[in-house]
Design a protein around this ligand. Structure first.
Ligand SMILES: Nc1nc2c(ncn2[C@@H]2O[C@H](COP(=O)(O)OP(=O)(O)OP(=O)(O)O)[C@@H](O)[C@H]2O)c(=O)[nH]1
Ligand SMILES: [Mg+2]
Length: 645
């Protein structure tokens, strides 16, 4: 049933913060109130829903969504979704009310059918459907007017198979007192009887003869097994049977009508669920009840929840076994059923409630008793079925296929909501990863910056130290060179040759000590550089530690040349006090290598997280764009289905 409060709540969501145009479009759609308007109203909610989903994803992507805001947004999204379900229900109801005054001519039906055929033909060109085969199949089935499926449904032993036989006027489907039908049996039109069984285990379909049908369709019959027919029992129903198809020349089946017999709903969970799965494709339901158990609680529940709430609006109720009820007890039974089924039958323009006796009808058929057949109630059901599935069947098909298109709309919505739920969760995880990585990166980068700062300070201090050392060397050299000249003035050539190296070494050491200048250590030969002649001997260093002669003795050849010897001592002083060559090799960083590696890895991981987040955002935006395209397409198909020429 339509939940109008849910729709009003959705209007409040539209009013609250959304574009004003959305609310105006919804109000306009609701005003006229026919089925297509309800679909348009749902499309308006769909637009707002996707806007909100996009906002949630973007907010999560930028890390700006507060959890409380997100929770409120999800609540609004749930409100919009519930309202869309209600609008679908309102559309189905509107169509049900609409049909009473719709008498479609054969030409109008043909034009309508051709229009849907054209829409169906272009589905293959829709890119967003290429990756969604299930949705494509759903839309394809919804637009296929060449086929109309009638599903005969009900609890076990309500007489479903017998009713089909009675409608047909022949014993075709197996029927008996114990649970019988175990697989779906689809009856289609064919020039002659032809039965095929198909399997779920990949075996090719196999043709069956009529006597073999029971072996493949039915559950083992306990009475047959107890009679020792073990071979027969072994051949009976196996779960790998997918279904049975029966082609036969029956006028009701002309023009693509299919009648499907199903296993009893409450007979077994597995077989019941196969029957419920068949409901998705059913256009028209014949729901079989028993007059002897007038509307059991589970039957009403099935009709309300499995059929009506899921959009089935063409339901014929066949109340069987009327012949088993005493005549005077029949009126209260009729009353109870009419009352209990009124919400699902009263609004329809077709006679929905049929009281009948399937077995008496079949027997009357077989013996050619027209009066008994007419009294059985089965011909009236046949006529209703023939009218609903006949050449002007657009109205029941419109109802059924609108359900299919609304289901397709829900599928698209579910898919994009799930994509956003997944994306929001993944983005939240990525945000957490990004936060942890950012913290680690900050720590590593701080530590690296501290190391670089101390390296720089160390290098700057070294430059200052070297400059000071150069200045000190220059000062020492200048004093030493002055002293050489002063000391040498009145010294003999022998002193200059033998004593002056030691004097000069002492002098250099003393001046260097005075200027805090470290001197190069002498070599093992007693001098700081290779000498061609001279004597190495220990002498105290300026700080008292043993030292060696720093200055090389002049060559003996210079012995008579005072100026040459002085030049030699000046050269030696400059050599000893020369500033070491500046070291231009770059100072290596002192950042520990493992920290460096970790920093690189953290930067790579951060880039990866950001790349993944961008890709995820892109995919989710694509999913939302696809949903918008698909919903527009489905609304167009709803228009093609519902609009008059
Ligand atoms: N007296 C009487 N018996 C009926 C009537 N309709 C069906 N039967 C019998 O009831 C039994 C069950 O009928 P089925 O047609 O097998 O019932 P079903 O709903 O198909 O049963 P499952 O396939 O097991 O779910 C059979 O023996 C039928 O002959 C009826 O209107 N009156
Ligand atoms: Mg049956």
């Amino acid at each position: 049933m339509t939940d109008w409060p849910a729709i009003l709540r959705a209007m409040a969501v539209l009013r609250d913060g959304g574009p004003a145009e959305h609310e105006a479009r919804l109000a306009a759609a609701l005003q006229a109130g026919d089925a297509l308007d309800m679909c348009r109203a749902s499309a308006v909610l769909g637009d707002r829903l996707r806007d909100m989903l996009a906002g949630l994803v973007a907010g999560q992507g930028m890390g700006t969504t507060h959890p409380t805001t997100a929770a409120a947004q999800w609540e609004d999204i749930a409100t919009l979704r519930a309202a869309r379900r209600s609008l679908a229900s309102a559309a189905w109801d509107a169509l049900l009310a609409q049909d009473s005054n719709t008498e479609q001519s054969t030409t109008a039906y043909e034009r309508w059918s051709a229009r849907l055929g054209r829409e169906r033909a272009v589905l293959s060109a829709v890119p967003a459907l290429a990756t969604r085969p299930a949705l494509r199949a759903l839309l394809d089935a919804a637009l296929d007017t060449a086929c109309c499926r009638v599903l005969v449904l009900g609890n076990f032993k309500r007489g479903k198979s017998t009713l089909i036989n009675a409608l047909l006027g022949a014993r075709l489907l197996p029927a008996r007192m114990t649970p019988a039908t175990a697989v779906l049996c689809t009856l289609r039109h064919a020039p002659a009887l032809h039965i095929t069984v198909s399997f779920t285990d990949g075996r090719p379909p196999m043709a069956l003869s009529l006597p073999e049908l029971e072996d493949y369709v039915c559950l083992p019959d306990p009475s047959v097994a107890s009679m020792g027919d073990e071979e027969g029992a072994a051949r009976r129903f196996r779960p790998e049977i997918a279904g049975v198809e029966i082609g036969l020349p029956w006028p009701l089946l002309w023009d693509g009508v299919e009648v499907v017999d199903s296993p009893g709903l409450n007979e077994s969970g597995d077989r019941g669920s196969r029957t419920l799965a068949a409901l998705d494709n059913a256009d028209l339901i014949v729901y079989v009840l028993s007059a002897t158990e007038a509307l059991a609680a589970d039957e009403r529940e099935t009709v309300a929840e499995r059929l009506w709430d899921r959009g089935h609006r063409t339901i014929l109720f066949a109340v069987n076994y009327v012949n088993r009820v005493e005549a005077e007890e029949l009126p209260p039974v009729r009353e109870r059923l009419a009352e209990g089924l009124a919400p699902f039958a009263a609004a329809s323009a077709f006679p929905a409630l049929h009281f009948l006796g399937a077995r008496p009808a079949l027997l009357a058929h077989l013996r050619g008793d027209a009066d008994a057949l007419a009294a059985s109630g089965v011909p009236a059901l046949y006529d209703a079925l023939a009218a609903l599935t006949g050449p002007r069947r657009a109205v029941p098909l419109q109802r059924a296929r609108l359900r299919g298109l609304c289901n397709a709309m829900t599928t698209v919505e579910d898919e994009c909501v799930s994509a956003v739920v997944r994306a929001v969760a993944a983005l939240a995880r990525q945000e957490e990863d990004r936060r942890l990585l950012a913290n680690r990166l900050t720590t590593l980068e701080r530590s690296r910056a501290a190391t670089e700062r101390s390296d720089r300070l160390r290098r700057e201090a070294e430059v200052v130290r070297q400059a000071e050392e150069r200045r000190a060397r220059a000062a020492v050299l200048s004093s030493v060179e002055r002293a050489i000249d002063e000391r040498a003035i009145d010294q003999s050539l022998t002193w200059l040759l033998t004593e002056m190296p030691r004097w000069l070494t002492d002098r250099i050491v003393a001046e260097a000590a005075h200027h805090d200048l470290p001197l190069p250590a002498p070599t093992a030969t007693g001098a700081s550089s290779p000498v061609t002649a001279g004597t190495a001997f220990p002498l105290p260093n300026w700080d008292g530690s043993p030292a060696m002669l720093l200055v090389a003795m002049p060559r003996a050849a210079m012995m008579r040349d005072r100026a040459a010897m002085l030049a030699h001592y000046h050269a030696e002083a400059r050599r000893v006090l020369a500033s070491p060559a500046a070291d231009n090799t770059p100072d290596p960083t002192t950042t520990p290598p493992h920290e460096d590696r970790e920093l690189q890895a953290a930067r790579r991981a951060m880039a990866g997280v950001e790349r993944d987040a961008a890709a995820l955002l892109g995919q989710t935006r694509q999913a939302l764009a696809d949903a918008a395209t698909l919903e527009t397409l489905i609304l167009k198909l709803q228009g093609a289905l519902l609009q008059d020429d």
